[in-house]
Design a protein around this ligand. Structure first.
Ligand code: SAH
Length: 259
């Protein structure tokens, strides 16, 4: 499939992934594909335990964007869908209590833009039609996005939310086209892959359970707070390696019988 459907200035959209978490209406997957293709986006990922997502309804609503729909990747877990992603934004119709930076679409794409421009894979994820994204899923994000809407009726249709964000991403690329690209890219911006961060959190959780700080069947709230602290630190890939390395080496020192 030809990517980015247009001129070079939109090339960075090839690094952008749209993730739909557990959509229940296949028509929405078709409409989201269409929304993406009109804006030059082509990488769609679906988190679903139902396997195939290409139904007649999805195909009908995708119209001329059946190529986006047919090349969508289906994952059974969110962590698999995010594994190679370095910057993740989660959308929510509600102002949830999770303390992560909350942006409007235009501000949010400005946060995403430097990562995209420098060839890193970024994702925006969208939640279920009825219940949105869970707090646990939102915890996996670097930023949150809320589309300003009528406070009495603020929940947009899933595919329409994809349209708003896809449009803003396209506009961000256009703005980038007038700027010099990555020569002076700040290494501090090179973020760890999602899979590396998750490995780090699993390491912390396992060791906090082993030493008795967390119960084996803990409810996740302390881990949620720990994640938030690290999320606020906004670690680069290099900083994550340092923190991970220091903790692992202290642990090894203890296991080896050190003081
Ligand atoms: N009742 C759900 C709404 C789900 S709408 C809730 O309160 O969260 C389905 C998805 O569309 C949401 O998970 C989100 O990804 C997106 N969405 C809908 N309205 C939005 C808004 N105003 N801002 C950001 N995302 C929105």
């Amino acid at each position: 499939m030809s990517d980015n459907y247009g001129s070079e200035k939109y090339e960075c959209l090839n690094n952008m992934v749209i993730i739909l978490v557990d959509p229940s209406h296949y028509g929405n997957i078709g409409s989201a594909s269409r929304a993406m293709k009109t804006m030059g986006l082509s990488k769609l990922r679906i988190v679903s335990s139902n396997g195939s997502i290409i139904t007649d309804e999805a195909l009908a609503l995708s119209k001329g964007a059946a190529d986006v729909l047919k090349s969508a990747e289906v994952f059974s877990t969110l962590d698999e869908a995010l594994a190679d992603v370095t910057f993740v934004a989660g959308t929510s119709a509600r102002h949830r209590s999770i303390e992560l930076p909350l942006y409007q679409p235009r501000e949010a794409v400005e946060k995403i833009r430097p990562h995209l421009m420098n060839g890193m894979k970024c994702a925006i994820m969208f939640g279920r039609e009825r219940t949105g994204l869970t707090n646990e899923e939102l915890q996996r994000c670097d930023i949150h996005i809320n589309i300003d809407a009528n406070p009495e009726y603020s929940s947009l249709n899933l595919a329409m939310s994809v349209q708003v964000l896809s449009y803003e991403l396209r506009q961000a690329c256009l703005r980038s086209a007038t700027q010099e690209p990555s020569a002076d890219f700040d290494e501090g911006l090179r973020k760890p892959k999602h899979s590396d961060l998750e490995q780090f959190y699993s390491f912390i959780e396992k060791n906090l359970c082993d030493c008795g700080f967390l119960k084996k069947n803990h409810n996740g709230s302390v881990m949620g707070q720990i994640r938030r602290v690290y999320a606020k630190a906004d670690m680069s890939a290099h900083e994550l390696r340092i923190i991970y390395g220091t903790l692992a080496s202290m642990l090894k020192h203890r296991k080896d019988g050190g003081e």
